[in-house]
Design a protein around this ligand. Structure first.
Ligand code: FRU
Length: 424
């Protein structure tokens, strides 16, 4: 198997590498890149459901958009089962942690609306049962297409397989609320090819998901980011000099890090509607560093491309580590080269005292970062926890050149619009 550089050497662009040397610079608990502690007495958006990945309605340029004064978010959502015998422990108590950990298998896309950009009101499921072709409706992006309220929802249809799909519908508003109509015909767009992006046949733990379509501010073309792993049989990847980077003496041993092969994928649309896509080589690879670069997304600021992606402690390779949170990279042009923000890539991580307090951070062009609450310790030792499944406090961040700084904290689930579209 080739190194990342050899593999993509002949392609139109070289993926940028997040190296082991970069990751060695990650410092947990740096206050400028650490999310403030989330208190265990957080409010719960809705006690009937767990919510996690949050996807604000936006336009193709990345602006969070309200319609007729209504803010709209989509969330991955699953029912809570407090009375289901399957989720009762030996003493007959609800084992919420087990219910929460099982949520991915029954994830469905729901929507919520609000007049104030917070205190979200329950909208319901986006697609009726039976519309989506697979068991799981995983993360993606709702795009407001025009002032007729048309919405393209790009998402991941998972189990069996993992396919990037889209479904078109319409957002309708009244004085009293918002509804989603249509969303009846799901169109498969593409799957991992095994040549650039790893397939399930190559690795049962492969990742291929989380589409984020956008219009490039420079060439005006329609592209899409997504999460992938670099193609190749599991265990066959090489962690060479380029993947290691410039490490100090004693840090050359890569251990079993060949099993960690995350990448940020990119595809370009062949048509204006985004029905026909061509996958391109990844923008960024993390071979030998980390196995998951999830929910990649951009902020376009100061003529630069700020690429953000979420990742976990448990997906880091041997010899490198970092907190659960959002990582970032910056380039002067779409295809790079990308350099890690803050030297290491870490942009906003959980504090080490509450390593699972939040996840699935989404950086908006106004510098606000939304995420969900996973679990927060309720005692000193961290053995007792409270499960979230609800919106975390929004964090305010400044992005300056190659650095980022935490500067503010806002209310739970605060996702204010950047634009309002009046529907015709
Ligand atoms: C991030 C994530 C996404 C995926 C979803 C599955 O929290 O892992 O990558 O689409 O959750 O529930």
């Amino acid at each position: 198997m080739k190194t990342t550089t050899e593999k993509f050497g002949a392609t139109p662009h070289q993926p940028s590498l997040w190296t082991r040397a970069d990751a060695l610079k990650v410092r947990a608990d740096d206050p400028t890149t650490t999310q403030p502690l989330v208190s265990a007495d957080f409010p719960v958006l809705n006690n009937d459901v767990f919510i996690w990945d949050t996807m604000p309605l936006r336009d193709l340029d990345g602006n969070v958009t309200s319609v007729d004064g209504w803010s709209v978010i989509f969330t991955l959502t699953a029912d809570r089962h407090p009375n289901d015998p399957q989720y009762l422990d030996e003493d007959g108590n609800y084992d919420i942690l087990r219910d929460w950990n099982d949520r991915h298998g029954r994830a469905k896309m729901y929507y919520w609306f609000s007049r104030t950009g917070k205190n979200w009101e329950f909208g319901g499921r986006v697609m009726a049962e039976g519309v989506s072709p697979t068991a799981r409706e995983w993360a993606g992006t709702p795009i407001l297409l025009n002032d007729r309220g048309e919405v393209d929802l790009y998402y991941t249809a998972v189990t069996p397989g993992a396919t990037i799909v889209k479904v078109r519908g319409r957002v309708v508003t009244t004085e009293h609320g918002v509804s989603m109509v249509g969303f009846e015909k799901v169109k498969p767009l593409f799957e991992a090819d095994g040549n650039m992006y790893q397939t399930e046949a190559q690795n049962a733990f492969w990742g291929f998901r989380d589409p984020w379509p956008f219009r490039d501010p420079n060439d005006g073309k329609l592209y899409m980011l997504f999460e992938g792993n670099v193609a190749g049989e599991r265990g066959a990847h090489k962690v060479g000099e380029a993947e290691i980077g410039d490490v100090p003496p004693g840090y050359e041993d890569v251990g079993n890090s060949r099993f960690q092969t995350a990448c940020v994928g990119i595809a370009v649309a062949r048509d204006a509607d985004g029905d026909d896509w061509e996958m391109l080589p990844p923008l960024l690879t993390a071979v030998g560093v980390n196995d998951q670069t999830e929910r990649p997304h951009f902020v376009f600021q100061d003529g630069k491309y700020y690429l953000f992606t979420i990742s976990h402690t448990f997906t880091y390779a041997d010899g490198v580590t970092g907190p659960d949170g959002v990582y970032g990279f910056v380039a002067d042009s779409l295809f790079g080269p990308y350099v890690p923000l803050n030297g290491s890539g870490l942009v906003l991580g959980n504090p080490s005292s509450q390593p699972f307090q939040t996840y699935s951070h989404y950086v908006m062009p106004n510098g606000l970062v939304t995420s969900f609450i996973d679990s927060v310790p309720t005692d000193e030792t961290g053995t007792q926890i409270r499960v979230g499944g609800t919106e975390a406090p929004t964090v305010g961040m400044k992005i300056k050149g190659q650095q980022t700084f935490v500067v503010a904290e806002y209310d739970y689930g605060y996702i204010p619009p950047m634009l309002d579209v009046t529907l015709k």
